[in-house]
Design a protein around this ligand. Structure first.
Ligand code: CAP
Ligand code: MG
Length: 428
């Protein structure tokens, strides 16, 4: 088994895993040199010719079967991978290969999984269905808000903010990605007080209220303890920083979520460290696919118009990927994928949102199956948190009724003030 043995341009994959890579060979290497090395290193080969390898192992070889400019497709027999283990999958198809000297740049764009591989994953407990089954609503948007400043509030202050948001129409308060259990806002106390205020808000409004409380922790044991605590206090959701926690944590969390019948809000902090460079790393689209497979119910996927980077084409392709039963290939961007039993999940639009740009966001996303999250666009409102929350709800109401924000603002001073300070500005 040597590098050249990992190319077979006549191969037609059937029931195999197929990966789409963008490859830039390093100086002195042809496309065939570079791509065969990627196939070899990500499956069962190495730099030397493995002349003594048992014949049967050759069956586990990945094969470069299509080269199209810089885009290469490689097939992997599913036997290469442990059933139901994303960490094992990624150590292969997204492992050593990114550091190989033969590639100048390497980007894993997408991977198509066959039914036989997907059958070992359960997917989300609720996904889309959370809107009806948890929040008892006919349709979205589900509206959440993360207190700003991101960190620093005490547990009592944080929980009181939750109450102010809930009683002014929001569905959820969300922890920020860097809030877990710091001295100034310990996890246990936050959960206990949030539960107290949630019950009060639910009594007063007659609506279902919940919270995306961050269970990201130093160990899996502690993460599990935190999820259990949230569950014991009657929350239906918990939040996890899916990238920093890692794939083992994500899969552990999704198993617990199924056991407790809970849903997971997935925050993607740190993803841009490997998704942002268009030539190297892993696409966010593929990361989102992994999260749907693993069983995250809500996933941050970007806004296009907000403060964080994300090209419209990729955000839309990702939105479709996580919300449809089957998606077609988009050349050099996405592969075909059929989802079988794995539920569609809820995209979360967040980062730099405020009332003035919500119509533009809804034009892109629709309003039905979506979670929106507004932080600065509430806490920066000149009339305070409650007015900020109301302005957001007023903007949603205007959009749903086909009324312009300006027209609606004639009736509602909170919206009027929000438009005065931020207008239609796209924050950076
Ligand atoms: C938004 C946010 C979210 C980002 C994450 C923040 O706050 O809480 O973490 O949206 O990005 O800290 O930036 P604002 P993404 O509403 O104040 O902007 O959703 O793209 O993963
Ligand atoms: Mg945040």
């Amino acid at each position: 088994m040597k590098y050249e043995d990992f190319i077979d341009l006549k191969h037609k994959p059937k029931d195999e895993i197929v990966a789409l890579f963008r490859i830039e060979p390093a100086k002195g290497f042809s496309m065939k040199d570079a791509s065969s090395r990627v196939a070899s290193e990500s499956s069962c080969g190495t730099w030397s010719n493995l002349i003594h390898a048992p014949k049967r192992i050759e069956k586990l070889k990945a094969k470069v079967f299509e080269i199209n400019g810089n885009f290469v497709k490689i097939s992997y027999p599913i036997e290469l991978f442990e059933e139901g283990s994303l960490p094992n999958l990624l150590s292969g198809i997204a492992g050593n290969i990114f550091g190989m000297k033969a590639v100048k740049n390497l980007r894993l764009m997408d991977v198509e999984f066959p039914k036989e591989y997907l059958k070992y994953f359960r997917g989300a407990t609720f996904g889309f269905k959370a809107i009806k089954e948890i929040f008892k609503k006919k349709e979205g948007p589900i509206v959440a808000s993360v207190p700003k400043p991101k960190v620093g509030y005490t547990s009592e202050e944080h929980a009181k903010i939750g109450y102010l948001l809930w009683r002014n129409g929001l569905d959820c308060i969300k922890d920020d990605e860097n809030l877990s259990s710091q001295k100034f806002n310990r996890f246990e106390k936050r959960v206990r007080l949030l539960a107290k205020y949630r019950e009060k808000a639910e009594r007063e409004t007659g609506e279902v209220k919940d919270a995306f409380i961050n269970v990201t922790a130093p160990t899996l044991k502690e993460m599990e303890r935190r999820i259990k605590l949230i569950h014991d206090y009657g929350f239906r959701y918990f939040m996890l920083d899916v990238v920093v926690s890692g794939f083992t944590a994500v899969q552990t969390a999704t198993e617990i979520a199924h056991d407790f019948k809970m849903a997971i809000h997935g925050h993607r902090a740190m993803h841009a460290a490997f998704t942002r460079n268009e030539k190297h790393g892993i696409s966010f689209l593929f990361l989102a696919k992994l999260m749907r497979i693993a069983g995250i119910d809500n996933l941050h996927i970007g806004t296009v118009i907000g403060k964080l980077e994300g090209k419209k084409e990729e955000v839309l392709a990702t939105k479709e990927l996580v919300t449809q039963e089957e998606v077609d290939e988009i050349k050099n961007l996405r592969l075909h994928q059929k989802w079988y039993h794995i539920k569609p999940i809820l995209p979360v639009a967040s980062g730099g949102l405020h009332p003035g740009i919500l119509p533009e966001l809804f034009d892109i996303y629709g309003t039905t199956n979506i979670i929106i999250q507004v932080g600065g666009g509430i806490y920066g409102h000149p009339l305070g948190i409650e007015a900020g929350a109301r302005a957001v709800m007023q903007a949603i109401e205007a959009y749903k009724n086909g009324i312009s924000l300006e027209e609606h603002a004639k009736k509602y001073k909170e919206l009027k003030v929000a438009l005065k300070v931020w207008g239609r500005r796209k924050p950076k």
